[in-house]
Design a protein around this ligand. Structure first.
Ligand SMILES: Cc1ncc(COP(=O)(O)O)c(C=O)c1O
Length: 251
């Protein structure tokens, strides 16, 4: 075999949708596998700049883990007010970055966060506040790098309109399955962008459409709760039974 091996598609055989002009920015490639790394690089920089000894964040998952990771790297203490119903992997994730994890009922988190800010002088980096979905003032500085990257890759400024859509859980699940069939395993909330696009189908306008897929499927609520079931007995008859059950013909 000659190296480097060149791999190509059998263009006549691939589904026509493979080359549709929809593209996906896969945010699971960030250091903590979500788009939150873009903004926490900025919020933790703000915390350092303010002279705080630590950060505090209320989050059920992605945001808290990302803030904890960047704070660890910056040498700041990190406190995460987590939700009691967070996915099983969240505790391990936060422990890995040395965060102090405080699982509290959601309605208590804002007053407790305020007390940590007031009593310890820690810098708050949540994406929500008690009043609104406003977040930290530096958040957009991080998020806008997505637009810069799209512009750099496509050679045109990223444009966005002002339309909000409501997508259902079923639509997000379908969009997620579509992404997985294309080789991307996204957290179900990450498939909201593609679900919205599919609601508008067929898309109008010219040029590429870019969906931002915000996080990895590893972050989903039920990940880690479905252990592998060993084949018993581990022989061909059992394998054949499983393959048939999966719709694979053995003829
Ligand atoms: C996977 C995922 N997508 C989207 C969001 C929403 O992000 P934001 O609140 O910054 O708009 C979050 C977190 O809140 C998230 O975890």
């Amino acid at each position: 075999m000659a190296y480097p091996v060149e791999v190509d598609y059998a263009y006549d055989d691939v589904p026509s949708t493979l080359f549709d002009p929809t593209r996906d920015t896969d945010e699971s490639r960030n250091p903590t596998w979500s788009h939150k790394d873009r903004l926490n690089r900025c919020t933790v920089s703000a915390a350092l700049g303010s002279g705080a000894q630590g950060i505090v964040v209320a989050s059920s998952g992605n945001h808290g883990a990302s803030a904890a990771a960047y704070a660890a790297r910056a040498g700041l203490r990190r406190v995460v007010l987590a939700s009691a119903g967070a996915p099983p992997a969240v505790q391990s994730f936060l422990d890995a970055y040395g965060a102090v994890v405080l699982p509290v009922p959601e309605h208590e988190r804002w007053s407790l966060m305020r007390q940590i800010v007031d009593r310890l002088g820690y810098h708050p980096v949540s994406n929500l506040t008690a009043a609104a979905h406003t977040g930290h003032a530096f958040d957009p500085e991080g998020y806008k790098t997505v637009a810069y990257e799209i512009c750099a890759e496509l050679g045109v400024p990223a444009q966005s309109g002002g339309r909000a859509l409501r997508v259902s859980d079923a639509e997000m699940a379908a969009a997620r399955a579509e992404l997985a069939a294309g080789g991307l395993w996204a957290e179900v909330s990450s498939a909201a962008s593609l679900a919205g696009l599919r609601q508008l189908a067929p898309p109008s306008g010219e040029g590429a459409l870019v969906c931002v897929s915000t996080s990895s499927g590893f972050k989903d609520m039920d990940v880690g709760t479905n252990p592998l079931e060993p084949l018993s007995p581990p022989d061909w008859a059992t394998v054949a039974g499983r393959l048939r059950a999966a719709g694979i013909s053995l003829a």
